[in-house]
Design a protein around this ligand. Structure first.
Ligand code: DAT
Ligand code: MG
Length: 134
């Protein structure tokens, strides 16, 4: 069933000049890019986006990193988009991610892991609405 997910090319990947390679992979995997923009999140916007992690020890570092430079946010559409995009990204920690996944290929650390993807239907809806008005 066609589904939407929110993807982010995080500031580490934008800095490394690999936006094009990640977008190529997205297209090769059969996703339609339904919406896309580049933006430099403020610290407050990063905190709002990751509010679910507010009591985690990494919240401060994560939101500093996510507001450290421009990022690309996208709505991706495909059959089973949420699970498929997470599979293409690989595990949160690039060292644990399978060969061929984006995080394995382009991630540097569990924090600087190149990409974001929604983890469930409800979070995808919330995350898409966070960046794209209807
Ligand atoms: P994911 O991005 O795979 O959905 P998550 O939702 O558990 O992972 O965490 C969100 C982001 O927070 C993750 O992409 C990077 C950061 N993060 C998670 N666990 C971390 C940790 N143990 N140390 C530092 N950063 C972490
Ligand atoms: Mg997550």
């Amino acid at each position: 069933m066609t589904e939407k997910t929110l993807a982010i090319i995080k500031p580490d990947a934008v800095k490394k000049n690999i936006i094009g390679r990640i977008i190529q992979r997205i297209e090769d995997e059969g996703f339609k890019i339904a919406a896309m923009k580049m933006l430099h999140l403020t610290k407050d916007e990063a905190k709002g986006f990751y509010i679910v992690h507010k009591s985690r020890p990494f919240y401060e570092d994560l939101t500093n990193f996510m507001s450290s430079g421009p990022a690309i946010v996208m709505t991706l559409e495909r059959d089973d988009a949420i699970a498929h995009w997470r599979q293409v990204m690989g595990a949160t920690d690039p060292a644990q991610a399978k060969p061929g996944t984006l995080r394995r290929e382009f991630g540097f650390s569990v924090e600087r892991n190149a990409t974001h993807g929604s983890d469930a239907r409800e979070t995808a809806e919330w995350e898409i609405a966070y960046f794209f008005k209807k």
